[in-house]
Design a protein around this ligand. Structure first.
Ligand code: ZN
Length: 83
């Protein structure tokens, strides 16, 4: 009640209560969305982490940007020396 008395000097404790209710309603309506979005983000993040860790480091030719095998010494496309 001290809070209400504090805001009572403004003379609108009812308005504050209404705002609080609106905030609670707004928050309740938004929370599942936020939770869902956060869950999706974490899920995607975990998926990306998993994919990245399981994936071989992809090498690219510095000259022609062709994907190349890890154990080749020359680019099969342009012949650029890689090692
Ligand atoms: Zn190349």
């Amino acid at each position: 009640m001290e809070i209400l008395l504090l805001f009572g000097t403004i003379g609108m404790p009812e308005l504050l209560i209404i705002l609080l209710i609106l905030l609670l309603l707004f928050g309740a309506a938004k929370l599942p969305q936020l939770g869902g979005a956060l869950g999706k983000t974490i899920k995607n993040f975990k998926k990306e982490m998993k994919e990245e860790s399981s994936e071989k480091p992809s090498l690219k030719c510095p000259k022609c940007q062709t994907d190349i095998e890890e154990d080749v010494n020359f680019c099969p496309k342009c012949g650029e020396k890689l090692k």
